[in-house]
Ligand binder design. Structure first.
Ligand SMILES: [Zn+2]
Length: 252
């Protein structure tokens, strides 16, 4: 593994219990110099060839997630997480390279095992901060990772087992922020990006995407049979996990 340590990090004040996945719209060298200039950082960066570059030691908190919310907690996501960036010049609008994903999977497994990170705490940046971030984008292979125990996926047949119909309540059960209507709309869009990516419009203009993370005020994002059924199926998966066992951490 290559090392290119960044200076901007700090002592942790919380135990690691979360893995946050990002993408960077620049090639590795430019991404690193951009982080340096912006005084931000992540623990690892995976370039298109699958090379993993260590940027910050895991014992330190890196500056990758900023303010966020997940599963009832809004205390510093940086303090409690490991952050992994993947180079994707279109911000996840086009597929990640096979080599990158092949490098990402064992890295995630190692981190989850080492820190006992639960699969429900493996998130994308846009899950944590749906009003401000779009990464790792619609082409991030969440389903494939879930098959490896990294994050969670769903079985569509499980939708009927969930009686709750309120979208805001359902999103909150997964972990999304539903503090007000606008945030709930953004969370619904982040959910679609992750679990129903075929329903999300892609935009070739990356910079446009950076400034327009979700369709502001679009209440239609909170309805639709396909969306509601998918939401229920995902909720079932998350709730079953919580009720049945905390023993699903990889390698335990
Ligand atoms: Zn990010």
């Amino acid at each position: 593994m290559k090392e290119c340590l960044l200076p901007d990090c700090c002592e942790r004040n919380a135990e690691i219990d979360m893995l946050v996945l990002h993408c960077s719209a620049y090639p590795a060298a430019k991404a690193i110099s951009t982080y340096r200039e912006a005084k931000v950082s992540a623990h690892y960066l995976i370039d298109e060839t699958g090379e993993i570059i260590k940027l910050v030691d895991e014992t330190m908190a890196a500056y990758h997630a900023g303010p966020g919310f997940w599963r009832g907690r809004s205390d510093s996501c940086n303090m409690r997480s490991v952050g992994v960036e993947l180079v994707n010049l279109s911000l996840g609008q086009t597929p990640y390279s096979e080599a990158q994903i092949a490098a990402l999977i064992p890295l995630c497994k190692t981190l989850m095992q080492k820190y006992r990170i639960a699969p429900e705490n493996v998130v994308g940046h846009s899950d944590l901060r749906p009003t401000g971030k779009a990464d790792p984008g619609v082409c991030f292979p969440w389903q494939r990772l879930a098959q490896e125990g990294i994050g969670l996926w769903y079985n569509q047949e499980d939708a009927e087992k969930v009686k709750e119909n309120n979208v805001s309540v359902l999103l909150a059960k997964i972990g999304y922020n539903t503090a007000d209507e606008e945030t709930t709309i953004a969370s619904a869009y982040a959910f679609r990006r992750r679990f129903l990516p075929e329903e999300v419009q892609t935009d070739e203009d990356v910079m446009h995407l950076v400034d327009n993370v979700y369709p502001v005020g679009d209440k239609s994002l909170l309805s639709g049979d396909k969306f509601i059924n998918c939401l229920k199926a995902v909720v079932y998966r998350y709730e079953t996990l919580e009720n049945s066992s905390k023993g699903l951490y990889i390698g335990r």
